[in-house]
Design a protein. Sequence first.
Length: 96
Amino acid sequence: MSHFCRSADGWWPSRIVLLTAACMFFSGWAAANAETLELPLGRWTWRAKGNYAGWLDRRGLYQIVHPMETAKAGDYGRTETQVTIPADAKPPFTLR
């Protein structure tokens, strides 16, 4: 039997599958009943330290890349924006 399939206390993959299924079930339920808050692409800003590069691709997805070299401590690449949640809104929220 492979050591990748069994832990000392039993079958850990079944626990992972159960946890994953539970997360998928509950996140799907929350998303279906959540208020959607729009995050316009024009309001996102790019921040980087080190060799990270980022851009919005033709699909509208933000790409963050780093060359094939070791990053230094403290290097990062990120996009950020702010959204105001209406005072009368009730959680959960879906960001789109």
